[in-house]
Design a protein around this ligand. Structure first.
Ligand code: MHF
Ligand code: KIV
Ligand code: MG
Length: 305
């Protein structure tokens, strides 16, 4: 989504040079990220459909805290997903299954407080919406009431259609999520690419049509062949958001800790690492430890008189 630089918050941490306003400072920060004209001040669900119509790509990252959310928001990332991937990235579980609504709510609140421009999506965790539409509406309302998120996301196509319909009827925008759905990892038999072959591609299309018909404003396609994702993208009027679903989708989303080089061990093939922050932080921690041990920190400039 074309964007006009960071929200007009004037948030810069460095002191402004004398004479420069906070806004000038923000504009300087904005320049590397596209700058230019156009783009909403606050991303809303209607901008998702506008972006698809205009052929402008939508960009999202997950976020789980105030610090990262503020940075991504100022960088012009269109939406921030407070994913149940927090189960892996924040809480250290092996899967997303154990993560609870009570664990995700404070994280979502922190992200929503930082986001001035980005649309914030709260991921409904496993066990909080599947039983019936009433339960789904109840959970979605909790997130909206207690966090400041602008939308919710839940997994499942045809199987979750009634839940999506009822949440949308309650006035809450829904991002759907089909293809590989991590909450059903054990049912799917591991991290298995979905929608392969004709039958798989047809099921993906049925799921996509179901979530569109029941009112989802966008749909995440996770780990499906690019060709299946292309067909779905062309068949839908709502935008498709790829997580490992190739270049033909209307937008792209990555788990931020994968994207920033925090994840150790195996990372999915679809991830591109844009930084190596784990290494950077580890080196910084080693330097700090060595400086304290040698007495070179604190130096005179760090002392009070
Ligand atoms: N940090 C993180 N990143 C994610 O993308 C992510 C999570 N957590 N947690 C929830 C799910 C689980 N996801 C995953 C996890 C692993 C693979 C993976 O290892 N994929 C292999 C292919 C399948 C295999 O052989 O296991 C790959 O090489 O892409 C894919 C998606 C996606 N989601
Ligand atoms: C990977 C994305 C789609 C997600 O659901 C999450 O981060 O929880
Ligand atoms: Mg999730």
């Amino acid at each position: 989504m074309a964007q006009s630089g960071p929200a007009e918050t004037g948030q810069t941490q460095a002191e402004q040079p004398s004479g420069a306003s906070a806004r000038d400072g923000a504009a300087e920060v904005a320049a590397p990220y596209g700058g230019g004209s156009g783009g909403p001040k606050r991303v809303r669900t209607r901008h998702f459909s506008q972006a698809k119509r205009d052929g402008v790509k939508i960009v999202g990252l997950t976020s789980y805290d105030y610090l990262s959310a503020g940075i991504f928001d100022r960088a012009g990332i269109d939406f921030l997903l407070v994913g149940d991937s927090a189960g892996n990235t924040v809480f250290g579980y092996d899967t997303t299954l154990p993560v609870t609504v009570d664990e995700l709510i404070p994280l979502t609140r922190a992200v929503a407080r930082a986001a001035k421009r980005a649309l914030v999506v709260a991921d409904l965790p496993f066990g909080s919406y599947e039983t019936n539409p009433r339960e789904a509406v109840h959970t979605a309302i909790r997130f909206m009431k207690e966090t400041g998120a602008h939308a919710v996301k839940l997994e499942g196509g045809e199987r979750s259609a009634e839940q999506i319909r009822r949440i949308v009827e309650a006035g809450i925008p829904v991002m759907a999520h089909i293809g590989y759905t991590p909450q059903s990892e054990h049912g799917l038999g591991g991290h298995v690419i979905q929608a392969r072959g004709d039958a798989g591609a047809e099921q993906l299309l049925r799921d996509a049509k179901a979530v569109e018909e029941t009112g989802a404003f966008a749909v995440v396609l996770e780990m499906v062949p690019s060709e299946s994702a292309r067909r779905v993208t062309e068949a839908l009027s709502i935008p498709t958001i790829s997580v490992g679903a190739g270049p033909h989708c209307d937008g792209q989303l990555l788990v931020w800790s994968d994207w920033a080089g925090f994840t150790s061990g195996r990372i999915p093939k679809f991830v591109k690492q844009y930084a190596q922050l784990a290494q950077t932080l580890e080196e910084a921690a080693v330097s700090f430890r060595e400086d304290v041990a040698s007495g070179s920190y604190p130096a005179p400039e760090h002392e009070y008189e």
